[in-house]
Design a protein around this ligand. Structure first.
Ligand code: CTP
Ligand code: MG
Length: 230
C-alpha cells in the first residue's frame, strides 16, 4: 500500500494564548510545525505529506517553502480540526485512491519520529478499522459531578488510553467517517469518527515524547524530548 501524511495546521492556538498561531512558535530551533513535517519526510514509508493551513495563512511559505521536497500545502483549513482534515481529504480526491492509507497527525506534536511512524504502520497492518498511537493512562482518574469540581467517583484506569496521533485509516474509510460525523465540535480526533461507524481502530502504544503542545508549559517539555536521543 501507499502511505500519506495529512497534518491539520489551521488552528488558532487559543489555549497557548501566544502572539499568533502556535504552529509557528519556535520550538527547539525551528517552527513547531516543521518538526512533524520533517519526521514524515525522513520516513521511507511515507510517499508524500500534505499540510492543511488556513486560506489566509501568511506564514506558511516561510516555514515550508514552495517546492520543498515531499510536501504540499493545502490552503483549505476549516472552523474545526475535523473540518480541516475533511477539507484536505476532499481536495485530495482523485490523487489518493480508496485503499491508500492516510496518517492524520497534529501539526502540534513535534516529538514524532520515523521509528514511531514505522511502529504505527507495522502495528496497524491491514486492520480494516485502522489504528492510532495512544498511551495507557498512568494516573488515577476522577470523575467530577455535574459542572462542579467535587469528585463523585474514581474511574478504574484499566483499559483507559490517551489518544495520540498519527491515526491511520484508508482514504475511503476516513472520508466516510468524517463525512458522516454528526457534530464537528464533538470530534477531537479522527478515530472517534471511525468508532461512530461501529468500528474499533487498533491502539498502538505511542511515546510520551509525542505530546501535543497545547499550553505554554508544553513548549519546554517538547524541547526536552527533542534534545534527547530517541
Ligand atoms: N487544527 C486545524 N484546524 C482547526 C483547529 C485545529 O487544523 N480549525 C489543528 C491545529 O492546528 C493542531 C491540531 O489541529 O495542529 C490539534 O488541535 P489543537 O491542539 O486543539 O490546536 P488549536 O486548535 O490551534 O489550539 P486551541 O484548541 O488551544 O485553540
Ligand atoms: Mg483546538
Amino acid at each position: 500500500p501507499r502511505y500519506f501524511a495529512l497534518l491539520p495546521a489551521a488552528g488558532v492556538g487559543a489555549r497557548m494564548a501566544a502572539n499568533g498561531p502556535k504552529q509557528y512558535l519556535p520550538v527547539g530551533g525551528k517552527p513547531l510545525l516543521r518538526h512533524a513535517v520533517d519526521a514524515f519526510r525522513a520516513s521511507s514509508l511515507v510517499a508524500h505529506t500534505y499540510v492543511v493551513v488556513s486560506a489566509d495563512d501568511g506564514q506558511i511559505d516561510g516555514v515550508l517553502p514552495p517546492g520543498l521536497d515531499g510536501v504540499t500545502v493545502l490552503r483549505c483549513g476549516g472552523a474545526t480540526r475535523m473540518d480541516s482534515v475533511l477539507n484536505g481529504l476532499r481536495v485530495l480526491h482523485g490523487q489518493l485512491s480508496d485503499t491508500d492509507l492516510v496518517m492524520v497527525h497534529d501539526a502540534a506534536r513535534p516529538g514524532l519520529t520515523p521509528a514511531l511512524i514505522e511502529k504505527l504502520v507495522l502495528g496497524v497492518g491491514d486492520h480494516p478499522a485502522g489504528g492510532l498511537l495512544a498511551l495507557p493512562v498512568v494516573d488515577t482518574v476522577k470523575r467530577a459531578g455535574g459542572s462542579g469540581s467535587d469528585q463523585v467517583a474514581t474511574v478504574p484506569r484499566t483499559g483507559l488510553w490517551l489518544a495520540q496521533t498519527p491515526q491511520m485509516f484508508s482514504y475511503a474509510l476516513l472520508l466516510r467517517a468524517l463525512g458522516s460525523a454528526p457534530d464537528a465540535n464533538a470530534i477531537t480526533d479522527d478515530a472517534s469518527a471511525v468508532e461512530m461507524l461501529g468500528l474499533s481502530p487498533r491502539l498502538i502504544e505511542g511515546h510520551p515524547r509525542n505530546l501535543k503542545v497545547t499550553l505554554p508549559a508544553d513548549i519546554r517539555i517538547a524541547e526536552m524530548y527533542l534534545a534527547a536521543a530517541e
